[in-house]
Design a protein around this ligand. Structure first.
Ligand SMILES: [Fe+2]
Length: 398
């Protein structure tokens, strides 16, 4: 059997623990580790991830078998640990033997007591007076600084680069280093400026209530980037709040409103002469675990709620309660946009707003671009993979 594949993917799995015991248990394998932990692997899990060319395409590293290619009564006949610490499994059908990297096995084992930590840190005004901030030119030169900026964005939902040069196309260049730009009906990018015939309140000098962009889309744009090129106008500060923090506070302090915000379905629709976007969902999108995973709320894009009167009553009251918190100083971070600042934020988490400004009292030139959260998370993983490849001792890369 060809053994040229180490793992069924392109990741690096440093070997942090050794296998001290391996036991074939029919349709599963039990592994005992050198720190006393134990993990169980079903035969189907192991077999479909067998890193051999009959199972995983050697170039794409994607599976080339169907679950139904495996016999229903598949068993692990025998398991051993070779002299490099890898697990060898002999299968009941066809004499197939699979070899598994112990780093990969450890990373994919289920450990009852394992802490499943989230990178997300919730914040209110007292916790975070300013966005985590990094030197822009350093981030452009050094992947480590760039990664730190991206991780801060993932953690806090808002992160800033400063001191960037005034170059046309720079914003797009920075965003494309993360992933593809996500276009919208406002174009590939947009400029926050006053328009004679505005197709959004954003293109006026009026104050803007805390909101997100694109709640009118089935999957709203995940990331927004604002690059300040000029700002001599009076006012116009950015007003940001952590929607996840507000949601968690409401979960414990206003459970009835929280219930409405997670279950009552609102439609948002844009008001434009040449487009008509509509999408529906609760204000707080939640995962099956109950964790809040995204928001959908913008006052000026909210459609009338078509529902029984008692639902209208509870849902509008819940939105009022959320809005009161989103405008409250205890949740608000105030940001002055300075030339050379590039502010990135999670559009589905960190609501943004704006103080009004004097349209005739100075110049204001801010460019904006959208992207998506998937690309941020992918970039973080691949930059970390590259770091691990550089730093993991060779003997731990089986
Ligand atoms: Fe906006």
């Amino acid at each position: 059997m060809n053994q040229n594949l180490k793992t069924p993917d392109f990741d690096v799995w440093p070997i942090t623990h050794k296998i001290v015991q391996a036991e074939a248990k029919g349709a599963s394998v039990r592994i005992g580790w050198d720190d006393g932990q134990v993990s169980d692997y079903h035969a189907f899990l192991l077999r479909e991830n067998s890193p051999d060319e009959a199972t995983i395409h050697p170039l794409s590293r994607e599976s080339i078998i169907s679950p139904l290619d495996l016999p229903d009564d598949l068993k692990c006949e025998d398991v051993t640990v070779d002299d490099q610490g890898a697990l060898l499994v002999t299968w009941s059908h066809g004499g197939h033997v699979s070899r598994y990297n112990p780093g990969w096995l450890r990373a994919h084992g289920w450990f009852e007591a394992e802490q499943h930590s989230s990178p997300v840190v919730l914040w209110a005004a007292a916790d975070l007076a300013e966005p985590p901030t990094f030197d822009g030119p350093a981030a452009l030169k050094d992947d480590g600084v760039f990664l730190a900026w991206l991780e801060a964005l993932q953690t806090y939902g808002v992160a800033r680069l400063t001191n960037l040069p005034q170059e046309d196309g720079l914003l797009e260049h920075v965003v494309e280093r993360i992933g593809p730009v996500r276009e919208s009906n406002f174009g590939r990018s947009y400029t926050l400026e006053i328009k004679d015939d505005p197709d959004s309140n954003a293109f006026t000098s009026a104050p803007l209530l805390q909101h997100m962009d694109m709640p009118t889309r089935e999957c709203p744009h995940g990331l927004q980037f604002l690059f300040c090129r000029k700002n001599t106008a009076q006012g116009g500060e950015g007003l940001y709040c952590d929607g996840y923090r507000i949601a968690e506070d409401m979960r414990t302090e206003e459970p009835e409103h929280f219930h409405s915000l997670t279950t009552d379905i609102w439609e948002h629709n844009n008001r434009a002469k040449t487009s008509s976007y509509r999408a529906s969902g609760p204000v707080f999108e939640t995962a099956p675990s109950g964790a809040v995973t995204g928001l959908r709320i913008t006052s000026w894009l909210r459609a009338p709620l078509k529902a029984p009167l008692e639902v209208q009553d509870r849902a509008y009251r819940a939105v009022r309660a959320f809005t009161a918190r989103a405008q409250d100083d205890r949740y608000l971070m105030r940001i002055t946009y300075r030339p050379g600042d590039l502010l990135a934020f999670d559009n589905r988490r960190a609501l943004h707003g704006r103080a009004g400004y004097d349209a005739h009292g100075g110049e204001r030139f801010i460019e904006g671009i959208y992207a998506d959260r998937d690309d941020l998370y992918s970039k973080i993983r691949t930059l970390k993979r590259a770091q691990t490849l550089k730093t993991a001792p060779l003997e731990t890369q089986l």
